[in-house]
Structure formats: C-alpha cells, structure tokens
Design a protein around this ligand. Structure first.
Ligand code: IVH
Length: 724
C-alpha cells in the first residue's frame, strides 16, 4: 500500500504493522536527534506526539512485534552530563526544624531573651517575626548585575552549586531584567523552584499516554526538569518560582546594600522588581499568632495547588538578624515549623498477593484512590501476613494489635518519598460483614503450597510465606530467568529483562535449559523468531550466537545463576572453589538433601553458614529443581574450577590485594580468578603483599602500599599480566 502511514491501526495486517513500527522507530529516533542533539526540531510537537501515539497503538495491537529499539522502551531524556560549578557569593543556608508548638514558643522566647536589654531599655522596641509557607521544591540562587540576570545556580552543598542559568531562564516567574530604579548593582535573589500539582498531573497523563517515564512526585520531577542538559525540556515543564531570600547585595562600589530594613519589606521589593512572592506571608509579634497562622496554612495545604512541608518563621528586622547571628550552617533568627507526615482516610478495597523471584508472597493493599500530599495513592505495601494481623516484625503489636480487613476505612500516610503505609484502621467504620483476611497458603501464581519456614537460629517462624513451586512457578520462573541471564550471572548479550518477559509470555522459554535449545527449536519451527517478533534475521542470529557463546560458563557464575536462595556471587565462588566441578557440587548437594542428616554429608566450607547450607539442600530436595538443573547440564558445560599453581602463571604464589572500583570484574570474580592462577588474595595491605590492584577511588590501601613500596597496578595491567 502506498500510504501505509495513514492506514488506521485497526486495519493493519501483521506485515504492515511490522513495517510501520520500523518506520516509526526510525522517524522518532531522527526527530529525537534533531530536537535534543542539534537543537533543530524538524517536526512540530503535535506531529511528534502523533508518531509516538501511533507506535504505542500498533504495539498494543501486536505485542509480539515490539522492536528491540522500540521508542516506547526509551525512558525520557538522558540526564545531564554535568554543569559548571558556581561558588555562591554568600553561602546558601539551611534551617533549624521545629516539630511542635513548644519548639516555636521556645524560639520566640530565645529571641526575647537575646534582645532583653533592648526590650527593657526601649518601650518602642518591637520584636516582630514573619511567617510564610515552606515550599517543597528546590532552592536556587539568581545573580543579577545591574538588574540583568547573569547566572542562576542550584544550592549544591550550600557553598558551591551548579550553573543552570539557561534552565532557570525558561521559568516565567524569573525575570531576565529587574524592574525599578532601586536595584542593587549586584544581588543574588534566592527562592524555591517548584512544580504545581496541575502541571505534575499533566506530565503524568502525557507520560501514561505516550509511554514515558514514571513521575514520582512534583518535587523530584521539578528537580529532574531543572537538571536537563537541554533547556527546551525544562521550558516544556512549566516550573514556577517564589523569591524569599537573598545572598550578596552590593552597591556599585562593592559595599553591602540590603534591599530594605526588614524581611517583609525585602520580599515586597522582590515583588516590585518582578518576582512572584508567596501571598501567605504575615508579620506579627506574638507566638500565638505564628501558631495560628501555621494552622491556617495547614488547613489550606491540600488546596494550595503546590506542595509545602511547613511554615518558616523569621525575625523581621535585618539589623537584629545580624546581631542574633548563626549556628553552624543555619541562622539563629529563623526556624522551619514542619508539618507532620501527610495522612488521608480511604477505603481498603482489596489485598493482592504478589510473588517475587524467591517465592516470597507479598501482600499489597488496593485502596480507593486518595490524594496524600499531592500524590494520588492507590496501593500501599502490607509487608507480610503478620502485618495484616497487627503484629510487628519482632512480635510486638502494631496499630494497637488491630488487624486489617477488606472493606475497612484506613488511614494512609506518606512521608517524603517513601512508599505509602497504612498507619491505622478506623474501627468505628468497620462494616459488620468484614471478615478477617485469610492469607493464602497456596501460591496464587502456580498453586503450589506456600509455607512459612522455621528459622533455625531464632526458632521462630519466618515472617515471609514462600511458594515452594520454585522452577514451576511462573512468577518465580520469569524472575529466575531474568536472574539467570543477568550481568553477574550468565550475562547473555541481547537477552535482557524485556526479551525474557516476551519469550516467557510467548511460551518460547520457561526454564533456563530452554534458552539453550532456542536455536534448535527455532530451526524446526514454522513460525520463526525472525518473522514472528519483529527481531529481524540479523538480531536473531546475533542473539543465538550470544547464547552459544555462553555454553561453557565459569563455574562460580553458573552456580550463582541457578538462583538458589542465599547463594550470592561470593558464595557461588566459594562453592565453585570447594567442589571444582558442577557434577561434584550437584552430586554432593543432592546426596546431602536426601540424607537424614544432610549437614553431616555436606562439607564445612569457610564463609558458608547454616542458612546457606540449608537453603542449598532445600533446593536439591526439590525434584523439579534437580530435573531443571540436569536438563540445563545437557546443554551447558560449566568450566571446571581449577586451582592451578601453574608454573607459567606469573602471579602464582604471590599475595594480591584488590582495592577501589573494579570495572571489568566483580570483587568475587577477581578473587576467584587470582586464586585460580595460584595467587593468594588478602583483604588488607601488609609487608607480605606483592601486588595491589587498584581501581578508581582507591584510598587507604593504596596509600599504605605506596608507603610499603608494594607494586601497584591497574585493573587493565592485571589483565595484561595474567594474559586474559
Ligand atoms: S529561608 C537563611 N524561606 O528550605 C534562610 N527557605 O530547610 C534561607 N525553603 O534550603 C532559607 N521555603 O530550599 C526559606 N519560605 C522559605 C522557604 C525556604 C522553602 C527551603 C529552602 C532551604 C530549605 C531550608
């Protein structure tokens, strides 16, 4: 068809859809490059959005055709590579926090005490304070020279921030030139960059439609938007700014020139110069008024349209601020009265059980959607079955021991970025029909029994209930496969989480062995991978070759890849070293698992404790696991782990220490490799050390080696030396 690009998605044949996805991937990539890298968009935003939408619609109709380079898999723009550093003329301070009314009355009392002599001497002496919302955004400092914005920076560590001038210039509330005659020759205006709830929601909706990234909350999104390398992206985010403080303020001769005499007048000046300032600021002399204003602001919190996390009180007169001074990195003359964590009341509509890689059954609360601190909350973690019953981790009652039931009215809390929690149940509102929740003893993913194991050390039941289905459980199966091919395990190029999920869903692979029979099965198949999945012949061949290239994996990686609970990389290496071959490991573990006193059969291995040994035996006690391993071993031949004190190894007999970040191998791999070559690996540098392999960030060990005259080489030099 000549104009395929206009054909409705519903009418596309599979071949046409494949061709369209290919065209769209190319067109979107080209548009991205034109926009982000060359600063020269070639199509309008609306046209671009249309391309993305069409891509998503076609993928939704033909999930099997999703391309490896699909635009829907790309997550937002790359983060900024780095901005120039800027030293603030005056450091950007933080604030001392107050959490109770008493902390606030204490603050006012401290001020009265400090200025008592003035109060007693002068009947006209007034100690006034301002109170204004504490905006939950990011502070920025804007330097104006002769009224012109010359630089804008992040707070950074308070002394040195990053130059984000071009990004800040895109914010409509930030004037490029100050209005009025009375602007100091140099002034740093400080304030908060933030994102409104409306803008945050708009971005989220857009992202849901076009398959973009997941935005967590307005503050993080504002932060991400400000740190974009491309100011056009910042501009598209519609950030806002409130001015509330200042750093340097000087006249043309370099003398200090505060904009006014009091905090409130300065902020009024900011407004006259063209800044947005917060309308909720008051000035008062009484602690009671400060607290009353705190309650007023708190009551308006949900309807303000942006996130605030407290109220800031500041001494009003600048000369008195100067006299009262600073502690460490905060002024004495100001305090932030924080709001308690935000809570909301909603309905617990259901409890779902999710199954993880290790078979852990995790309950998740489904809630009637409710806004908590500007974020819509629909789920909350319930941790485990005891938590639902009202029992904490160490057996103590939580929520006064009240259990959670579907249909309950619950109080949900969100503090900062943490996952929402259910903090309480409104028992008065519990429907009479609400039944205690029965935690399943059967895995919802595979129907196998789910059990709580006895912790041998504590003698208590494990708080987590686990599915015993292991390799037959689809929930565990898919996560296990992802683990099997992951970077520190078999590391199969081109076979990542996405492909594993897709192949699993299509029934192409279910167990690790299937990965290695994929090529042979595909050769016999009528519906071939290269046709069916939009992979193309070249990428399919590449994938099959990458799989074949891993048919003789290192033994330690292979053992780690099996996904036996508690067997991490280090344990994998210890087991490989102990047993030498996969057969020896398999046969011993199998024998131990089927012996009435398994611990007497399984050898004691330094660095491997009871829990790991029990876990290995539990794995081998399950016939399905053994079958899956044996099937895998029909395809894969892990290399025997040989400790060769070979004469030709240049590091044989040497004592080696690894330090700093290693880039080409993990620490346990490095250790295993050195030991294979007959070296002894030590944890610290001493006069016995022959070689220190130092990666970036090496610290005290490097220093010590230099002092002792120990030979220091890089990771690359190490590889050169051992000839790998
Ligand atoms: S005044 C010397 N006022 O809170 C005092 N800070 O915890 C300078 N903030 O880094 C700060 N709203 O990012 C001040 N109305 C407000 C504020 C505010 C938010 C932030 C600011 C600062 C942090 C200190």
């Amino acid at each position: 068809m000549s104009d395929l690009s206009q054909k409705p998605v519903a009418d596309l044949s599979e071949d046409e859809a494949r061709a369209e996805l290919k065209r769209l991937a190319g067109a979107i990539a080209a548009a991205d490059i034109a926009y982000h890298q060359h600063d020269a968009p070639e199509i309008t935003d609306a046209e671009y959005d249309e391309l993305r939408l069409r891509n998503i619609e076609i993928e939704a109709r033909f999930p099997g055709l999703v391309r490896i380079d699909s635009p829907s898999m790309a997550v937002g723009a790359a983060p900024a590579e780095g901005f120039a550093k800027v030293r603030h003329g005056v450091p950007m301070l933080s604030l001392t926090n107050a959490f109770s009314d008493e902390d606030v009355t204490d603050f006012v009392a401290r001020a009265r005490k400090f200025f008592m002599a003035d109060i007693l001497r002068d009947a006209d002496f007034h100690l006034a304070f301002t109170a204004e919302p504490k905006i939950d955004g990011l502070s920025a400092s804007l330097r104006y020279e002769n009224g012109i914005l010359v630089r804008g920076a992040t707070r950074g560590d308070g002394a040195v921030g990053e130059d984000i001038t071009e990004n800040l210039k895109t914010i409509a509330d930030i004037p490029h030139r100050l209005k009025g005659e009375d602007v100091p020759a140099v002034i740093e205006i400080r304030g908060e960059v933030y994102m409104t709830h409306a803008e945050f929601q708009r971005l989220k909706d857009h992202s849901a439609r076009f398959g973009g990234q997941d935005y967590v909350n307005p503050r993080n999104t504002a932060a991400g938007s400000l740190r974009q390398k491309d100011p056009k992206i910042t501009a598209s985010r519609k950030l806002k700014f409130f001015a509330y403080a200042w750093g340097i303020a000087e006249d043309a001769d370099g003398n200090a020139q505060p904009p006014a005499a009091t905090q409130r007048e300065v902020v009024e000046k900011f407004s006259a110069w063209g800044f947005a300032t917060n309308p909720l600021m008051i000035r008062t002399e009484s602690a009671d008024d400060l607290l009353a204003h705190y309650r007023t602001i708190e009551s308006q919190r949900a309807t303000l349209g942006y996130d605030i996390d407290g109220v800031v009180y500041k001494l009003d007169r600048l000369d008195l601020q100067q006299r009262w001074g600073f502690v460490a990195r905060a002024p004495r003359w100001a305090i932030a009265h924080k709001f308690p964590a935000e809570q909301a009341t909603t309905l617990l509509t259901g409890i779902d059980i999710q199954v993880g890689r290790t078979g852990a059954l995790t309950p998740v609360a489904r809630l009637a959607p409710v806004t908590v601190g500007g974020v819509v909350v629909e789920n909350a973690t319930l941790h485990n079955e005891d938590y639902i019953k009202g029992i904490g981790n160490s057996g103590e009652p939580i929520r006064n021991g009240v259990d959670l039931r579907i249909g309950d009215t619950v109080i949900v809390q969100r503090a900062g970025d943490v996952i929402p929690q259910i903090v309480d149940v409104v028992l008065d509102k519990r429907p009479s029909s609400a039944e205690p929740f029965v935690f399943p003893h059967i895995c919802p993913a595979c129907g196998s029994e789910a059990v709580r194991e006895l912790n041998e050390k504590t003698g208590k039941l494990d708080s987590i209930r686990r599915c015993t289905g292991e390799l037959i459980c689809p929930a565990q199966g898919i996560e296990n496969l992802k683990h099997f091919v992951s970077r520190n395990a078999l590391d199969i190029e081109g076979l990542g989480d996405k492909q594993v999920s897709q192949f699993y869903a299509e029934g192409r692979i279910a167990r690790p062995a299937d990965i290695f029979t994929l090529r042979a099965r595909d050769e016999r198949a009528i519906k071939k991978l290269k046709d069916a999945d939009g992979f193309g012949a070249v990428s399919v061949k590449k994938l099959f070759d990458a799989i074949d290239a891993r048919r003789e994996p290192e033994l330690d990686r292979f053992i780690f890849a099996l996904g036996i609970r508690h067997v991490g990389e280090t344990t994998g290496a210890l087991l490989a070293k102990e047993f030498g071959t996969i057969e020896a490991f398999r046969d011993t573990a199998f024998a131990a698992a089927h012996h009435e006193d398994g611990h007497s059969v399984f050898p004691e291995i330094g660095g491997i404790g009871e829990t790991v040994r029990s876990s290995i035996m539990a794995f081998f006690a399950n016939d399905r696991n053994v079958q899956a391993l044996d099937d895998l071993l029909a395809e894969v031949k892990p290399k025997p782990y040989v400790v060769t004190i070979s004469a030709d190894s240049v590091v044989a007999g040497k004592t080696v220490v690894f330090t700093g970040a290693l880039e080409k191998m993990t620490r346990s791999e490095a250790k295993a490799m050195a030991e294979r070559l007959g070296a002894k690996v030590a944890g610290s540098v001493s006069s016995q050390t022959d070689i220190l392999v130092a990666g970036p960030g090496a610290g005290s060990k490097l220093k010590k080696a230099e002092e002792l005259g120990v030979e220091v080489i890089s990771e690359d030099e190490w590889f050169e030396r051992v000839g790998r």
